[in-house]
Design a protein around this ligand. Structure first.
Ligand SMILES: Nc1ncnc2c1ncn2[C@@H]1O[C@H](COP(=O)(O)OP(=O)(O)OP(=O)(O)O)[C@@H](O)[C@H]1O
Length: 315
């Protein structure tokens, strides 16, 4: 199996508490040194709570956020950040909020023409033919091409967002919460469309979501992100069924499940703080973890404090 995407030691730290003179008071390590492997044609799901670094990781992968460490290889090549088109032709981003991610002053045709012209230098006739092809692939009517983004429902707008990503002819798509802004009935349609497009165009997906049921359903493998570090990775059929890391267990137990009474066995149970996992993912990093700012949810903070207490790493 070939590798579509590989990261080695990929990291991003933001300065917090900037001062007029001198270095910032602290660094917020949004993504710790991360090694990811995504094989061609697979879907890697990335899950974790709000603020754990999912979007920062995704933004680094598409060249929107400069990493502060490590490297990214896409389809076997380390891409030059100074050449955004090189990223754009290989990897594209589908945003969570479909309507606001589309330029409100442009028609859908004009929006879809941008990647065709800038990334592939296509002429007018070739662009028109390609747009018709892509629009048919995402099941939208051709007359929609001359309308503006505000004229569409969330589900239609997300199809347009997907069409824009396809127009770039990239074979890797980062889907950042692609259905979480949509009604449940529309979510299924968009997920089915994504599955069809993956088969038709031979795509590779990185699917980011906080909805464990959706991630489990669409992914081949799942990586669990906790405080900017991948703490567990494995086949989608295994990760939530038999979690190995306490944080994965916490996520799995907190996810609402149809038919399971709230507060049932294991629901909301915190990992035992005196029982850190073997080969603790935070070993040696705890001191850095304490630099995280107050944007963390209280539950995550409590979990981290338990973890720090249990691991006895120097603060
Ligand atoms: N430009 C920035 N400057 C400073 N801190 C930032 C910046 N961008 C993100 N962060 C911080 O980095 C951490 C990770 O943020 P990120 O948006 O990647 O998380 P997330 O898991 O995608 O969250 P959500 O699901 O809510 O979007 C958060 O603590 C956030 O406040």
């Amino acid at each position: 199996m070939t590798l579509a995407l590989k990261t080695e030691g990929l990291a991003c730290a933001f300065p917090v508490g900037k001062r007029l003179i001198g270095p910032p008071r602290a660094l917020l390590h949004a993504v710790h040194s991360t090694d990811l492997r995504v094989h061609t044609g697979e879907t890697l799901g990335i899950v974790g709570e709000s603020g754990c670094g999912k979007s920062t990781l995704a933004r680094m992968l598409v060249g929107l956020q400069p990493p502060t460490g490590g490297r990214i290889e896409i389809e076997g090549a380390a891409l030059d950040r100074a050449d955004p088109a090189a990223f754009g032709r290989r990897i594209q981003y589908v945003f969570q909020d479909p309507v606001s991610s589309l330029n409100p002053r442009k028609t859908i045709r004009q929006i879809l023409e941008v990647p065709l012209r800038h990334l592939h230098g296509m002429g007018r006739a070739a662009r028109a033919a390609r747009i018709d092809e892509i629009f048919a692939a995402v099941n939208l009517r051709p007359e929609f091409l001359d309308r503006y983004p505000h004229e569409f429902s969330g589900g239609q707008a997300q199809r347009i967002g997907i069409a824009r990503a396809l127009a770039a002819a990239a074979r890797i798509l980062i889907l950042d919460e692609p259905v979480s802004a949509l009604d449940v009935s529309v979510q299924a349609q968009v997920l089915n469309l994504l599955a069809d497009l993956k088969a038709e165009f031979g795509l590779t997906y990185i699917f980011i979501s906080h909805d464990l049921a959706v991630v489990e359903a669409v992914s081949d493998r799942i990586a669990v992100l906790y405080f900017g570090a991948v703490v567990e990775e494995g086949p989608a059929t295994r990760v939530f069924a038999t979690p190995r890391h306490p944080y994965t267990r916490l996520l799995a137990d907190s996810a609402p499940q149809v038919g399971r009474p709230l507060g049932g066995e294991g629901a909301g149970e915190l990992p035992d703080p005196l029982d850190p996992p073997p080969g603790c993912a935070f070993a040696g990093r705890c001191a850095r973890a304490t630099e995280r700012c107050t944007t963390q949810t209280p539950r995550l903070r409590a979990l981290e404090e338990d973890h720090l207490a249990a691991c006895h790493h120097p603060l």
